[in-house]
Design a protein around this ligand. Structure first.
Ligand code: ARG
Ligand code: ZN
Length: 867
């Protein structure tokens, strides 16, 4: 925290300044006596000087919000002249021998912890979150991932209020204590960094199952939830068992403890956390019943459960040397969870969803003031770097690497990476080196993908003469903050050539564009082909240079599902940009016939693959269109998209109505790819009908729905409409679900994202008795969804949207700095708005920046946005 009168900026941490730790910790024995306001933590650290670091006489330990009660070295209390409190809250101990046992006792208050980092209370139960730097809020420690230690944890609490006592590793004893208290010990045989430490304690109930690994280890599985939620854990448990089997089959990686515990918590800063043997999850990614969770929620659970489970090897057994290497575990683990989910159902549709997400979250980040490489060079607050770039672009980079070296080599590279680095804290270079050594492919140039920020732009030129087709590809990457000049990166371009009749004219192949510009020649073609480029989205780049005619052709004829989808999206994007221009010069809007033809063709084939059709029928988002414009025009973009949805809904009303009728659920509710796809297409039809002003079907569906997917889809149509049924539906939904927090989040989110909710209405919702600044899910559902998912209202010309967000950030920064800093992002790209809006966005950022005592995380986001 900076002081109020003379704020000095918080320090920047740089990758090049990395130094190995002066001391290593061999063993940690913790004793934690839980109490809501006065938890006592006794820590016994067996320390040893690190032979790989220059000798220093002093030991420095991180610490934050700790009250030190006692400290002893090798059994003797530490004299005051050897023990110094450091400015940030840490400790320095002078005159350290080469090895020593340090014993400290501290007091902490879980109840006062609204940051949700370290040990905190949620609904009366105890949870921890230590990644990235929360362990220092539990005890004094060298809180950095390259210090790996073995841990035992003894927990002590009231038996009545805290029957469940969990930590990492295997259970190692339990017993009774006087005064109604009890204890339990956990022992983790695997060395781990402190960020993987966890405690969960309280009145929770377990849903249990078993898994036997392929080498015969029996693993007891348990998901701990609040009483009453036991019936909502089935999908998470099933996802866990499938993940465990998949990692064995795909990578030969087995689980390595006798127990695997998951605990679900309602107050959580992120999605979930891979603590060794004790994953902690946001309830959003565990609890699901058909009546309360949507299909998207079910898919999210499968993905996040897999993600955290896969971290056991990519993250836990092999961890990061420092936080600049975060993508070493996150990019790789997202790649693994995407691959897993693709294997569970339709790989093509999964790919579209992943690409859509990358483009809506990561591309704007790469083009904005917070742009950073997958492996950043510096940070002020590491929690600001758990980003779409580190996660999603990081996964794309791993995916490209696999495409370059081939699947078999990639598997050998994984084996080599794990064999070499098990129980080590390593770097991205170590990962790339394993892939290079296993494949024999030189990846030195490829490593630029980790170092260079910004989205490369790929352009296409063609020539055709006498059977000879020449394809020229060029690349450039726009400058990003701190990186004015960019080098070319190796871009794998999966491609094919298609003849006028739709048949392939050449074998599909992978071009590798390594230079700024390269030309590829194809001989002996009977006719000028249409190039199908970037099949499967083989690289995270922006492609341009194809004509509308070519895009329309590819949308209809390509064999690659991704290119078909992409071409229809690009076609729609081009059409919408033209309409925005038309609107700005006061021309009347008309439905472009080419887009109507693409839609008709999609509808003709919709039943072949309903999930694909639902994805392809969705118009590009307003955010995506804005991202294509030098200066956005949120009102015009919204008006165009609104007009088009209505026009398409009216043009194809009969076909949408037929689809909605034909796809009505018969038989029991099922969660599988086919059933999800049918519901997605049916609800896409419902939404188009709603856009055309036909809300009777939505009303009927809302009244009759027995699952949340259909209920919410209908509510969204009503909430976006001017139907008189709107208010009644919202009220009925609230009345029915007011005691289900995850469903209440949806009630806030639907309204926050509705174009009919202006900034004033969003602000009013922040005063609703059910709104709670201390609950991150609720904040994301209202504030996050409004600012990032309702561009027309957020960018209202009055500036109210910006003022509302700034007010929320300021209020949040006093409660939960991590969540506050995340909420700043939508104010960042002010240079992409017109002068008037840009000035108001800046003013909002400046108002936040001027707050005394602003957290370093929010400060970093705001100051980088203003730069
Ligand atoms: N490692 C977690 C995951 O990706 C994310 C935890 C990040 N937490 C934080 N406070 N930065 O699964
Ligand atoms: Zn992760």
């Amino acid at each position: 925290m900076t002081s109020t009168d003379q704020p000095s900026p918080p320090p920047t941490i740089r990758r090049e300044d990395y130094r190995p730790p002066a001391f290593l910790v061999e063993q940690v024995d913790l004793h934690i006596a839980l109490h809501p306001t006065a938890t006592r933590v006794r820590a016994r650290l067996a320390l040893r000087r690190n032979p790989a670091a220059p000798a220093t006489p002093a030991l420095e330990l991180d610490g934050e919000a700790l009250t030190l009660l006692s400290a002893a070295l090798d059994g003797a209390p530490l004299a005051a002249d050897r023990l110094h409190h450091l400015p940030g809250g840490g400790l320095r101990i002078d005159g350290m021998p080469d090895s020593a046992v340090l014993e400290t006792e501290v007091e902490i208050s879980p109840e006062a912890n609204s940051e949700l980092s370290g040990l905190y209370l949620s609904g009366g139960n105890y949870f921890t979150q230590c990644e990235a730097e929360g362990f220092r809020r539990i005890t004094y420690f060298p809180d950095r991932p390259d210090v790996m230690a073995r841990y035992t944890t003894t927990l002590e609490a009231d038996r009545a209020t805290c029957p469940v006592l969990l930590s990492n590793g295997n259970p190692d004893g339990a017993g009774e204590l006087p005064d109604g208290r009890h204890w339990a010990r956990w022992s983790d045989p695997h060395p781990k960094p402190s960020y993987l430490f966890a405690v969960v304690a309280g009145d929770l109930v377990a849903v249990r199952d078993r898994f036997t690994t392929r080498s015969g280890r029996a693993v007891a599985l348990a998901i701990y939830v609040r009483r009453g939620d036991e019936d909502a854990c089935g999908h998470a448990m099933d996802s866990l068992k499938r993940s465990m089997a998949w990692d064995e089959a795909t990578y030969g990686l087995e689980y390595d403890l006798d127990v695997f515990n998951i605990a679900a918590v309602s107050d959580f800063n992120m999605g979930a956390m891979e603590n060794k043997g004790l994953n902690v999850f946001n309830t959003k990614y565990i609890l699901a019943r058909p009546e309360t969770a949507t299909d998207a929620d079910y898919e999210g659970i499968e993905t996040v459960v897999a993600h955290e489970y896969f971290h056991n090897w990519t993250g836990n057994r092999v961890t990061c040397r420092d936080w600049f290497q975060l993508s070493l575990k996150e990019g790789l683990t997202v790649f693994r969870d995407q691959h897993f989910s693709a294997d569970q159902g339709s790989a093509a549709v999964k790919r579209l969803a992943d690409v859509r997400r990358l483009r809506s979250a990561q591309f704007p980040e790469d083009a904005g003031p917070m742009a950073h490489p997958v492996r950043p060079d510096s940070y002020v607050e590491i929690n600001n770097f758990y980003t779409a770039t580190v996660y999603q672009k990081g996964a794309e980079v791993v995916r490209m690497m696999r495409a370059l070296i081939g699947e078999a080599n990639f598997r050998r590279g994984m084996d080599l990476y794990i064999a070499r680095h098990d129980n080590q804290a390593v770097t991205i270079e170590d990962f790339v080196r394993a892939m290079q050594d296993a494949s024999g492919v030189d990846l030195s140039r490829f490593s630029r993908w980790y170092a260079q920020a910004g989205t490369p732009e790929l352009r296409v030129w063609e020539a055709f003469e006498a059977g000879r087709y020449t394809l020229t590809l060029s690349q450039s990457t726009p400058p990003t903050p701190g990186q004015p000049d960019k080098q070319p990166v190796p871009i794998p371009v999966a491609m094919g050539l298609i003849g006028p009749d739709g048949a392939a004219l050449a074998e599909p192949q992978m071009l590798l564009l390594e230079e700024t510009e390269q030309t590829y020649v194809f001989e002996g073609l009977p006719a000028k082909p249409v190039p199908s480029l970037l099949r499967g989205f083989s690289a995270p780049v922006k492609l341009s240079g194809l004509t509308l005619e070519q895009l329309g052709f590819l949308a209809a004829h390509d064999t690659d599902a991704f290119v078909r989808w992409e071409s229809s999206q690009q076609y729609a994007t081009a059409a919408m940009l033209e309409m925005v221009a038309a609107l700005r010069s006061q021309k009347p809007l008309e439905l472009p016939e080419g887009l109507a033809a693409i839609t008709a063709a999609l509808l003709d084939r919709a039943m072949e693959d309903p999930a694909f059709a639902a994805e392809a029928l969705a118009l590009p988002s307003e955010e995506f269109i804005a991202d294509q414009m030098a200066v956005a025009d949120p009102e015009a973009i919204h008006a165009v998209r609104h007009f088009l949805r209505g026009a398409l809904g009216r043009r194809f009303a009969a076909r949408f109505a037929a689809l909605h009728g034909d796809l009505a659920e018969s038989g029991p509710y099922r969660i599988d790819g086919a059933a999800i796809g049918r519901r997605a297409l049916r609800n896409a039809a419902l939404a188009y009908l709603g856009a055309a002003g036909e809300t009777a079907r939505a009303e009927a569906q809302f009244a009759a729905a027995t699952n949340m997917t259909d209920s919410l889809a209908a509510l969204r149509v009503l909430a976006d409409s001017d139907s008189p049924a709107r208010e009644a539906a919202l009220a009925a939904f609230h009345a029915r679900w007011k005691d289900e927090p995850l469903v209440l989040d949806k009630w806030f989110m639907i309204q926050a994202m509705s174009p009919r909710t202006g900034a004033a209405a969003a602000e009013a919702l922040s005063h609703h008795p059910d709104f709670d600044l201390r609950n991150p899910n609720r904040v994301r559902a209202l504030v996050g969804a409004f600012a990032a998912g309702n561009p027309a209202a957020f960018h209202a010309a009055s500036g109210e949207g910006y003022r509302f967000l700034a007010d929320m950030v300021i209020a949040l920064d006093a409660v939960n700095t991590q969540v506050a800093a995340r909420m700043v992002s939508p104010l960042g790209p002010w240079k992409r708005q017109d002068a008037a809006r840009g000035a108001m966005m800046r003013a909002a950022l400046e108002r936040i920046a001027a707050r005394p005592g602003l957290s370093k995380g929010t400060y970093e986001k705001v100051s980088k946005s203003l730069a």
